[in-house]
Design a protein around this ligand. Sequence first.
Ligand code: FAD
Length: 461
Amino acid sequence: EPQIVWLRRDLRITDHPAFAAAAQAGPVIAVYVLDDDTPGDHKMGGASRWWLHHSLSALQKDLGRHNSKLILRRGTAAEELARLAGETGAKTVHAIRHYEPWWRKAQGALKDSLDLQLHDGNYLLPPGTVKTGSGNPYKIYTPFKNAMFEAIDSFDILPEPSLSAPESWPNSDDLAAWDLLPAKPDWAGGMREFWGARHGTAAAMAQFEDYLDIVSEYDEKRNLPSIEGTSRMSPHLHFGEVSPRMLWDAMSRYTSEGATIYRQELVWRDYAQNVICQYPSYGVEPYREGYGENFWRNPNRSDDIQQELEAWQRGQTGYPIVDAGMRELYSTGWMHNRVRMIAASFLIKHLMINWTHGERWFWDTLVDADYASNATNWQWVSGTGVDSNMFVRIMAPLSQSEKFDAGDYIRKWIPELAELSDPYVHDPEEHGCKPANYPPKIIGHKEARERALETYRANKD
Ligand code: FAD
């Protein structure tokens, strides 16, 4: 009897326990359902859809090597899976477990109607595996990380299973007809240039192997946006082209401090899932009290504030490091982590706009947009999270820019400033050399800082 493998953010064959279990049980029918209903407000954004297209296309080729196929369907996952089971006579659906609140709900409901076999496979360890002394899940990163390092020895990576084909193949949509790629205007040129043909498991692993040559320098280079000092694995991990276990395993020969710090970053990804498993609405609501709508300047209530939000989105704030980051994001679907922190802090503390607006923008523009990682990081920066920076710790974008040597980065992403040398490029307005075509600062740093602190104090009283 054929076995259905239901794929979501796990677009690979290697180290895929659902594929492995299905292949043992019978002929395999792998299906991806493009579902814009179940996620509700977190329907996949534009940049993610672009990535998804290429990722699905790579998986089609990988399955082709096994004389197998990827069946594409569009609609509500529950309905499409039931339909496919009816058409093929399959009774069992295998899938990797996902933890976004909408998937948890859907998985629960599906179990009532189908034989849904869920497998763990997209995280180092399933959320909830490591627990505090009192048996609860961790809330704070550092003890969580220590417990994860204690718990993990090594991983057995599942090889690609051998797949047998069903007697006949069900119908599939045509990937091109899903229109995941932009038509006109074609905004994806920057993404094509930045990411090249790096999609799918083999390309991602090859890229990672190259990266391992410099992982010993990770600690030193990961904060410098001008250079390629991080692995850029985030979209591959988000879409599950690779599992974090595969990366951890590929690093087993590496013992440098850089390699350990890299592993700690992979643990951040697990930590973020661990947080949303405990607080499913973490992506839409502050964890801490006192940071509701009234605390913030609301773009929906004022045209001026809306314009400030748009200036931030378009990289027109007059703060070069923030603008370079936001332009990098819009062009490539990715932004350097240090700059993500600076740009996020700017929206939240300099403009006093609720982090949820930033989360939404990132959701639509990042190729690695991830419910858990996005929310956990936004809440960390804003000081509203379960484990977070304090609201009153306000990043100074201009000194951050100098400290992390962002001159070349700014010159690359802001053509208006391409001719300015260091230190002028970090703050052309202050140095009296701001070109006319680059905007003035949307608000002075000192003024913004005082406003944020004043709002905080007033809110406490
Ligand atoms: P590397 O430095 O090479 O790290 C390796 C991997 O570790 C990453 O691919 C990622 O999977 C994981 N990782 C590293 N840092 C973090 C972190 N802080 N939190 C969670 N996982 C981490 N990351 C996302 O994957 N999706 C998001 O939607 C996302 N939104 C963010 C929003 C804000 C405001 C901030 C400050 C950070 C966000 N991050 C998000 C985390 C981080 O910026 C990216 O994971 C990282 O920049 C990806 O680049 P890389 O693969 O080169 O990272």
